[in-house]
Design a protein around this ligand. Structure first.
Ligand SMILES: Nc1ncnc2c1ncn2[C@@H]1O[C@H](COP(=O)(O)OP(=O)(O)OP(=O)(O)O)[C@@H](O)[C@H]1O
Length: 299
């Protein structure tokens, strides 16, 4: 079943095109990572999907409904971000008490247990929490809604490493018990790679790639060895990233399409295959310069 569908979505802020030609669909229950550099339109896309803002043109449907101003979509989806506002007079417990009025699948026990585990006092005011604590509470809230479409916009900002690890684990355990469509935008792809089934990579407001992680891992190949030999083998391939290393060694990442390297011969010529992590690959695919920051310091 198609849960999310976008066709030629465009969003302009005055003359600025924040999103353009966005076409993709998400089928069924899975966790998708929404990845992209700063300012590439992740938040804008999530806000459109959640019905908080309207696209300039194109179509978007969530559970077959247009999300903007749609009560059905509001009841069945949630966007968690650090802009979430709750009434100033509400303690955390008050927020939890009101949640079942809006979210029919609300799991009060899960929310309470997670609050205890993360040592968040139900008597605290949301506005008094630190950044990391606020995001932890927001995450708990999002998880406990069990919404059919649950979206997290950079949920782990401000959380320390131990909390992040627990949050990833809680997300995975709850998802396995109650599968649903989850989208997480994050700059920490390497950390949460194990959670994700698909990657939706945005670059300058466009979809750069929408693939499963398995497909993504086969998308590129890393070669390292003597610079002249690496360059010889890389001839004719699209180079996604290049880094000069000590001892005249070169590390090159190539687009793996139609790669038919003879691994034995490469090894004989001193070239090693280096796996390219999904996080690094997404960075290379959205870098404007093949050599990255090093280029700034090179003549
Ligand atoms: N309300 C707005 N008014 C004008 N421009 C906006 C507005 N919201 C977003 N933009 C612009 O749209 C583009 C996309 O912004 P968006 O916040 O969606 O990116 P992002 O990928 O979430 O970025 P980050 O990773 O830094 O949070 C940016 O150029 C931003 O300046």
């Amino acid at each position: 079943m198609t849960v999310i569908q976008c066709e030629n979505l465009e969003k302009k802020f005055r003359k600025k095109k924040a999103l353009q030609n966005i076409t993709f669909q998400i089928e069924g229950e899975k966790i998708t990572g929404l990845i992209g550099r700063n300012g590439t339109g992740k938040t804008t896309l999530l806000r459109i999907l959640a019905g908080m803002t309207k696209q300039t043109s194109g179509t978007v449907t969530i559970l077959d409904k247009t999300p903007f101003n749609n009560l059905f979509v509001s009841a069945n989806s949630i966007l968690i971000n650090d802009q979430m506002q709750f009434p100033g007079s509400f303690k955390l417990q008050d927020i939890l008490n009101f949640a079942p009025d809006f979210y029919e699948k609300w799991d009060a026990e899960l929310a309470t247990r997670l609050l205890q585990y993360f040592r968040l006092s139900p008597q605290s005011y949301h506005s008094d929490l630190s950044k990391g604590m606020k995001n932890t509470f927001n995450f708990i809230f999002g998880l406990a809604t069990r919404c059919t479409v649950t979206m997290f916009d950079e949920p782990i900002n401000g959380m320390d490493e131990a909390v992040r690890k627990d949050v990833y684990r809680a997300l995975l355990k709850d998802y396995l018990a109650y599968p649903r469509t989850i989208i997480i935008s994050s700059h920490f792809l390497d950390e949460m790679e194990h959670l994700l089934e698909d990657i939706l990579l945005l670059d300058e407001g466009k979809v750069a790639l929408h693939k499963s992680l398995d497909e993504l891992r086969e998308h590129a190949i890393g070669l390292q060895g003597p610079a002249d030999v690496v360059k010889k083998w890389a001839t004719g391939f699209e180079i996604l990233h290049e880094k000069q290393l000590a001892g005249n060694q070169l590390y090159t990442v190539l687009k793996a399409q139609d790669c038919t390297f003879n691994e034995k011969q490469l090894l004989q010529e001193g070239i090693s295959f280096i796996p390219v992590s999904a996080g690094d690959l997404c960075l290379y695919l959205t870098n404007t310069r093949v050599g990255g920051i090093d280029d700034v310091f090179n003549d």
